[in-house]
Design a protein around this ligand. Structure first.
Ligand SMILES: *[C@@H]1O[C@H](CO)[C@@H](O)[C@H](O)[C@H]1NC(C)=O
Ligand SMILES: *[C@@H]1O[C@H](CO)[C@@H](O)[C@H](O)[C@H]1NC(C)=O
Length: 249
């Protein structure tokens, strides 16, 4: 049987359990509640750790993916499990103490999973903006030219104070393109389509660029996977994180 959607699971568990310690007519135990939980895992990179050199070093990619992203996944799974465990015991304080960890690590997992797919070895034809013809037309219509968009996006990225992300999104409803920046591991809200995200945490560049943030941003333009951007823009990409996004959003 397919696991229930996470959002449904939370609704299913939270209120009835707190009220009666059961779901419908069935008693619920910690073990069957946690057994229903989805487990998140580290996605494999679609390229090798050294594939983005010289823009992003092998050392950064190795740490960023296998340590940092893995930590978000591990901590997300632990926080989900602890929160459900607390709920089934009627421990509201224990439950609510996990919510910020779910939000932070859930956002970290979503952001990084989207980020890896946004990157491409510079030798691939995917790294040329020509791989995103429809998006390019929309960028030109919105910003005047691709270069003007890149200039504005770069300014937004360099303006982030502390840790955060910059995104090009397609806005829900209007379908308009917009640049936004988000602090820490906030995720793009449900409904808006994240097209291109750039990680501006120090862990994304410091080992190689030190405080040279501007050089990092300049070089990342050489390793963007425009095929991914195009697919997201035209709506061909399923939001695999819809459930998680709705829980943390
Ligand atoms: C949880 O497990 C218990 C004992 O195994 C079982 O009696 C109960 O029906 C299960 N609850 C649900 C909601 O599946
Ligand atoms: C770029 O992204 C597309 C779509 O997500 C993917 O099929 C392709 O393999 C990626 N290219 C590289 C070189 O990783």
């Amino acid at each position: 049987m397919a696991p229930p959607m996470f959002r449904e699971l939370c609704l299913l568990l939270a209120l009835p359990i707190l009220a009666r310690g059961q779901v419908g007519d069935l008693p619920i135990t910690t073990s069957n509640a946690t057994a229903l939980l989805p487990t998140f895992s580290l996605p494999e990179l679609p390229y090798s750790y050294d594939a983005l050199e010289p823009s992003i070093s092998k050392e950064i990619m190795t740490l960023h993916h296998s340590k940092h992203h893995q930590a978000y996944v591990t901590n997300l799974n632990a926080a989900l499990s602890t929160s459900i465990d607390s709920l089934t015991r009627g421990d509201l304080v224990g439950y609510s103490s996990q919510l910020s960890a779910i939000r932070f690590n859930g956002g970290g997992h979503i952001n990084h999973a989207l980020f890896w797919q946004n990157l491409s070895p510079p030798s691939s034809s995917d790294s040329s903006p020509d791989a995103a013809p429809k998006l390019q037309v929309a960028l030109e219509a919105t910003w005047g030219s691709l270069e003007d968009f890149q200039k504005d996006f770069t300014t937004a990225l360099l303006g982030i104070q502390g840790s955060g992300w910059g995104w090009l999104v397609r806005e829900k409803g209007t379908g308009l393109l917009r640049i936004l920046t988000l602090a820490n591991q906030e995720a793009v809200v449900q409904g808006d389509t994240p097209i291109l995200g750039v990680d501006m945490w120090e862990h994304a560049y410091y080992l190689q660029y030190l405080n040279g943030k501007a050089a990092y941003v300049q070089n990342i333009w050489k390793v963007i996977n425009w095929t991914t951007c195009e697919a997201r823009y035209v709506g061909e990409t399923e939001d695999v994180f819809a459930d998680l996004r709705s829980v943390i959003g």
